[in-house]
Write a protein that binds this ligand. Structure first.
Ligand code: CU
Length: 87
């Protein structure tokens, strides 16, 4: 029983090891672009969820620790949009 509890605690601490990454995305002009960018980000390994804001031209991505914002930007660029890591 004790072992089970320890395992569960380890899982919880793993699950909370997320980070919030902020990107500036350019070139989005309509809701379809937002959908594209969101879908692209969500396909990147380690990404849990993402929010994309059309008017502000930015994205917030919840991802596992160790995921580099640059790799998210690369994916966005491949989808045809401009991307820079927000400071
Ligand atoms: Cu569009």
């Amino acid at each position: 029983m004790k072992k089970v509890l320890i395992t569960m605690a380890a899982l919880v601490s793993l699950a909370s090891a997320d980070q919030l990454l902020k990107l500036n995305v350019s070139g989005m002009t309509c809701p379809a672009c937002v959908k594209n960018v969101k879908g692209t980000l969500n396909e990147v390994k380690g990404v849990k969820e993402s929010s994309v804001y059309l008017k502000e031209g930015r994205a917030e991505v919840k991802a596992e620790n160790g995921i580099k914002p640059e790799s998210l930007c690369d994916a966005v660029k491949q989808a045809g949009y401009g991307c820079a890591v927000a400071k």
